[in-house]
Write a protein that binds this ligand. Structure first.
Ligand code: LLP
Length: 410
């Protein structure tokens, strides 16, 4: 949804420099059409199969974006009481909310039960025990799946591998059957399915297929013990193109997974990045240019507090001036204003010599951008806008200094 018209970069049918002038910088900018298109690709992939596409709202939990997805019939993948709250507020049906996470508190479990979410993706025996007790106290039954760690190690950044042996996630593969047998004995637990999530920004279908095959073995064994598994929750994890990556489509991914299981199974997918990643970008202004130690620096008003992915994962985000120029290109580091040498958006980038006050677009920052931002260095959280064709809608106001101390007691 990004395109140059003459020398100006547009998102849908809006000139990005106009957004910068009207809403200030730095600002997250999202394309509604791209969100819809990305979600539809999952829906189409599912085809006639019964199932749910649950948006992983940790990637982006802005209410306006959640509302779009809820309106399209999406479910939600949540990992905290706060996410469940946001999703309910945005209009997701509670019967389409799944809830994972290794550290669910008693309060969160109670909140989820009272709101009748679809199912808990349970990550330990102790958690199962806790959910059973709380459900008993509330005189209700908890629907659960076990999140099984399948011991699959996809090729991605080590911080975002979750399905490898030795990570904190899920029930260890060898304990899976025992987990189901334990659940069978619990009075307030209703087994619905099985869940796995092997990692994020995965560019091949093979590790998903291997995980599915390992999960299938568990399903067979569990069903032999008289426990019915109706839902196969395959997690999220499909990558996007940040630079050179060639990514499989949701349909290609599903075509590897569906044949592994019996025909009557229902499926859940929990995509996050592949729904919102390339639908959102960070618009920033060049504050200063400087040379230091023989290097060229562009200092922007977007810092690691606004987008931490380059700092945390050495992630690559394309950086493009929103106005095409024929100016000579020089190798530059694009950095933020934060007092840390790790505060960079991109390093050693060939960028045209651009002036102070000009705007840059940091591309594909829609996933894990705004949600991972902070007020570090006492920088108020930035604005977010949604573009729909020619219309720009403010979906989060830029915070002000007063917001920084709002909850402090001094
Ligand atoms: N389901 C579960 C249980 C998850 O833990 C995750 C992501 C997802 C679904 C969504 O995965 P996706 O489709 O977005 O790959 N902050 C990191 C990524 C952390 C991923 C955490 N889990 C980043 O910026 O790359």
């Amino acid at each position: 949804m990004l395109s140059f018209k003459k020398s100006d970069l547009y998102i849908e049918n809006v000139k990005l420099s106009n957004i910068a002038k009207e809403y200030g910088t730095s600002t997250y900018v999202y394309s509604k059409q791209r969100i819809i298109g990305n979600f539809k690709a999952y829906k189409d992939g599912l085809g006639a199969k019964e199932g749910l596409i649950c948006f992983a709202c940790k990637t982006n939990s802005n209410g306006a974006i959640l509302k779009i997805l809820a309106g399209l019939g999406a479910g939600a993948d949540t990992v905290s009481g706060g996410e469940i709250y946001r999703c309910l507020k945005a209009g997701f049906e509670s019967s389409k909310i799944v809830y994972a996470g290794v550290g669910k508190t008693a309060e969160e479990i109670e909140y989820a039960l009272k709101n009748k979410i679809f199912m808990f993706n349970v990550e330990s025996f102790e958690e199962l025990d806790g959910i059973d007790k709380i459900a008993g106290k509330l005189k209700t039954k908890a629907n659960i799946a076990f999140r099984i760690n399948p011991y699959v190690n996809p090729d991605t950044h080590s911080y975002i591998v979750t399905g490898k042996k030795g990570t904190k996630f899920g029930i260890p593969y060898e304990d899976a059957i025992n987990a189901y047998l334990t659940a069978k004995k619990k009075k307030n637990i209703n087994v619905m399915g099985i869940h796995t999530h092997i990692g994020s920004q995965i560019l091949e279908t093979a590790p998903f297929k291997i995980a599915a095959q390992k999960i299938k073995k568990i399903v067979d064994e569990v069903e032999k013990n008289g426990i019915r598994i109706s839902y196969i929750d395959c997690g999220g994890g499909l990558g996007i193109k940040y630079e050179w990556e060639k990514v499989p489509s949701p349909k290609q991914l599903m075509s590897k997974i569906f044949p592994v299981f019996d025909k009557d199974k229902k499926f859940i997918f929990e995509p996050g990045r592949s729904i919102i990643g390339d639908a959102g970008h960070l618009l920033a202004k060049v504050l200063y240019r400087k040379m230091s130690g023989g290097k060229s620096f562009l200092v922007t008003d977007a810092g690691m507090n606004d987008l931490i992915r380059p700092t945390l994962y050495d992630a690559y985000h394309q950086i493009i001036p929103v106005k095409k120029t024929k100016a000579k290109k020089v190798k530059s580091d694009v950095v933020g204003p934060i007092c840390e040498s790790g505060d960079f958006i991109g390093r050693d980038r060939m960028l045209p010599i651009i002036e102070r006050g000009e705007y840059l677009l940091i591309v594909c920052a829609g996933a894990y951008g705004a949600t991972m931002s902070s007020e570090y260095n006492s920088r108020p959280l930035i604005a977010e806008v949604l573009v729909d064709d020619k219309e720009v809608i403010l979906i989060r106001k830029r915070a002000i200094y007063k917001d920084l101390t709002l909850n402090e007691i001094a």
